[in-house]
Design a protein around this ligand. Structure first.
Ligand SMILES: C=CC1=C(C)c2cc3[nH]c(cc4nc(cc5[nH]c(cc1n2)c(C)c5CCC(=O)O)C(CCC(=O)O)=C4C)c(C)c3C=C
Ligand SMILES: [Fe+2]
Length: 341
């Protein structure tokens, strides 16, 4: 038998509030941060932290920033997700049905898996929209999807695309978007800023204690650090650097979005920005390749807050490279991830 299997493709992104109102942002943050893979501390400590600190104090602050991010169509993470779903559906054709869900809030994984049920799919491809695997992102999305699929009478063949940090089309798409700035303008330095995670989460997912959390350890990508989030971020960077033809010393890697007081993976993006500004670097181009769609962390943190910080420390020009969003090469990349898996 040599026919294409009737396949469901399940794109999953992180999630975003239903609106930028304080109650909706609070609801989103509660669901997100109560996830044991995100805040990996004992349940009661997490419950107190979320209900007595994050919900009352962080939700109003975050809601203000979400209001800045919101467009007439809503949250970019959601609108780009729906657009990508439609474009991928057109590419894949009638043997595939593409679904899109969010790990937190809506469209929920529970509702989306219900839509898939009973449709006779012979295979499901779960494609979490995170190029680098982390337990808090990919791991959590897959765990949630499987929680509902596991209840089906018939569980079909399942393929999980767990990461794609060096996929040639992922790299090509980001490089192409960034190149238009490099060709048009002069930059003194390029920053690759990735979402951070706590160091202890790297150690917990390390293969037989391999991870040393240093640059030597992350300087090569192989079977022992295949799922190490930090090593994957450096792998993405090496490929982007090669594709863009950047010279050693003209770029840096850093990690953003710290929460809480425990150590997160270093170097920190805010420290790097201050250091570059104080060293006399005037013009910076910033890539944010841990996201495939624009969101709060790119547009606001990477585009506005870091720009202001850079200028406060002597910088003159800060340009963020927009995310992959609905770029045709990114849609081709997803097609390849689905078909060749
Ligand atoms: C790249 C994937 C992501 C990982 C890994 C990740 C880990 C992680 N995040 C937090 C805390 C917050 N993240 C927030 C926003 C946010 N995070 C990601 C992706 C990853 N997070 C995205 C795509 C977004 C943006 C969502 C949007 O609506 O646009 C927020 C909310 C915003 C805020 O209040 O600042 C928090 C909080 C932790 C603790 C964590 C741990 C591993
Ligand atoms: Fe996050």
């Amino acid at each position: 038998m040599n026919k294409v299997k009737k396949t469901a493709v399940f794109l999953i992104n992180l999630g975003t509030p239903d609106s930028p109102s304080v109650p909706d942002v609070r609801k989103y943050l509660r669901e997100f941060l109560m996830d044991r893979r995100v805040i990996d501390i004992p349940f009661l400590n997490r419950w107190f932290l979320i209900n007595f600190i994050i919900a009352p104090f962080r939700a109003p602050k975050s809601a203000k920033v979400y209001k800045e991010l919101w467009t007439d169509e809503g949250s970019p993470l959601l609108t780009y997700g729906i657009e990508a779903q439609k474009l991928l559906q057109e590419k894949l054709g009638e043997n595939f049905q593409v679904f899109f869900g969010m790990r937190y809030q809506n469209p929920s994984i529970e509702k989306t898996v219900k839509e898939m049920e009973g449709k006779g799919f012979e295979k499901i491809v779960i494609l979490p929209l995170f190029p680098q695997y982390a337990s808090a992102s990919t791991g959590s999305a897959v765990e949630k999807a499987m929680e509902y699929i596991n209840k089906w009478e018939v569980i079909p063949e399942i393929k999980i695309v767990a990461n794609f940090p060096n996929h040639p089309l992922f790299i090509k798409a980001f490089a192409e978007i960034g190149r238009k700035y490099i060709e048009k303008d002069r930059f003194d330095h390029i920053i690759f800023t990735y979402h951070g995670i706590p160091e202890r989460q790297i150690k917990k997912s390390a293969v037989q204690g391999y991870c040393q959390l240093n640059d030597k350890c992350c300087s090569k990508y192989h079977s022992k650090n295949y799922y190490c989030y930090r090593a994957q971020c450096y792998e993405t960077t090496r490929h982007l650097v090669k594709e863009l033809g950047l010279a050693e010393g003209t770029y840096s890697v850093a990690f953003q979005s710290r929460l809480g007081k425990t150590p997160w993976i270093k170097p920190y993006t805010d420290d790097l920005i201050k250091e570059l500004g104080e060293k006399g670097v005037k013009r910076v181009l910033a890539f944010s390749p841990s996201f495939v769609a624009d969101c709060l962390e790119t547009t606001i943190e990477g585009g506005v807050e870091y720009r202001d910080m850079f200028k406060e420390h002597g910088g003159e020009h800060w340009q963020l490279v927009e995310s992959l969003n609905n770029h045709p090469i990114w849609i081709e990349c997803m097609e390849d991830l689905v078909i060749n898996n």
